[in-house]
Ligand binder design. Structure first.
Ligand SMILES: [Zn+2]
Length: 395
């Protein structure tokens, strides 16, 4: 039997239905609270553990998590692990990274903490440039790495530093907006004109399905990756080179060559072309309207709300130069055009006072309005519509 599904957005794949997974009630922070007395420890604020699973990509996440409830600024995330097996794991991921690290790479670690990992890498590649970002760590005096005590900004920082490799280790499980971090990162990296790789590593919860254990679930980890959800995430970032488990299958990591699909590049290029031509259209049609006003011809705009109002806003159809606005809908007569303020008249006004030019901004009603003009005996010297960046007579 399936528990009643809830509405929640999966931070990995964006699926909007989730199924209850583990309700842990309200609990205090487990790792970032640092209470300094027994009384403080007992009095800690309780926060909701409301874990759900995404049926699409299998990701598990706390749908009631609020980033503001975790005091990262005051209390850095100190991850202590000096054990032999952990060191073996680190050696393994350095070996994987060595496959893409050149002799003089630019490497960025996002959420580098105290910088131990990137420091070790820097020592092994003396000619490289190594940069760490972490808003919650203390400033590093270390000469081998550049350190920025702030959030990493994908669009700006990838353009500025032009990295060859980005490393994000034990960070993504804390991030509420995974797509907000990673999609701009993949996008920016794809614009560099050179390969750029992402190495990501997170705790993996696959083993909880074997062990049934619940101790993995605490407030600071909003996201819990299964192998399936981690793979889903990486596949959205580009070409996955390696995915592997480490540290007794307790972590999962992957190496991706960051890129975006050709279809997205094509949409982006078409959107940019539209954006440029829209700017030209604004200038061209505004100029045509000025010329029309200066020519002394009488003008009516047919339609006073919706698309017609938008037309007047875009092209500066002010009430001073273009006071006459008519509408087919008698219910709109007597109301005013939003923003520009012309009083909307019923179209019959054109029977008594014909105009030289009628502008019909609303394309989709054009044929009906022309037919209405004919049947009502409304004539004009010229009808103009917005077409291909100009005011033209309909073809
Ligand atoms: Zn999902």
């Amino acid at each position: 039997m399936t528990e009643k599904p809830v509405s929640a957005r999966c931070p990995v794949c964006g699926y909007h239905v989730a199924v209850p997974f583990f309700f842990g009630g309200a609990q205090p922070l487990a790792t970032l609270g640092w209470p300094s007395s027994e009384a403080e420890a007992r009095g800690m604020e309780k926060l909701p553990l409301d874990f759900v699973q995404c049926p699409s990509c299998t990701h598990v996440y706390n749908r009631s998590f609020s980033y503001g409830s975790v005091p990262y600024q005051e209390n850095p995330n100190l991850m202590f692990n000096n054990g032999r097996f952990w060191k073996n794991h680190l050696a393994e991921i350095k070996r994987i990274l060595s496959q893409v690290l050149t002799s003089d790479p630019t490497v960025i670690e996002v959420g580098c903490g105290e910088g131990h990992f990137i420091h070790d890498l820097a020592e092994s590649i003396p000619k490289g440039r190594f940069i760490g970002f972490d808003p919650n760590a203390r400033n590093k005096a270390d000469q081998s790495i550049e350190f920025y005590p702030r959030l990493f900004k994908p669009f700006e920082d990838i353009a500025t530093f032009a990295p060859d490799v980005l490393i994000v280790r034990h960070v993504l499980e804390h991030v509420t907006e995974l797509a907000g971090l990673l999609e701009p990162l993949a996008w920016s990296a794809s614009q560099q004109g050179k390969p750029c790789y992402l190495f990501a590593e997170v705790p993996c919860i696959d083993r909880i399905f074997e062990t049934g254990r619940l101790s993995d679930f605490y407030y600071e980890h909003v996201s819990h990756f299964t192998s399936g959800s981690f793979q889903t995430l990486l596949q959205r970032m580009g070409e996955v080179k390696t995915i592997g488990h480490g540290y007794g299958d307790e972590v999962i990591y992957g190496l991706v060559r960051l890129d975006i699909p050709e279809t997205m590049k094509s949409v982006a290029s078409q959107a940019s072309a539209f954006c440029r031509s829209a700017g030209i259209s604004l200038e061209t049609i505004s100029r045509q309207l000025s010329d029309l006003h200066l020519s002394g011809l009488s003008v009516a705009i047919w339609g006073g709300t919706g698309k017609s109002a938008a037309f007047m806003h875009h092209f500066g159809v002010d009430a001073g130069r273009f006071p006459l606005v008519v509408d087919s809908d008698p219910a709109k007569a007597g109301t005013y055009v939003p923003g520009t303020g012309q009083k909307i008249e019923f179209r019959d006004v054109l029977k008594e006072k014909p105009v030289d030019v009628i502008i019909i901004p609303c394309h989709w009603r054009l044929r009906d309005i022309i037919a209405e003009m004919k049947s009502e005996g409304i004539a004009a010297g010229k009808v103009l519509i917005e077409q291909d960046g100009h005011l033209l007579e309909p073809g």
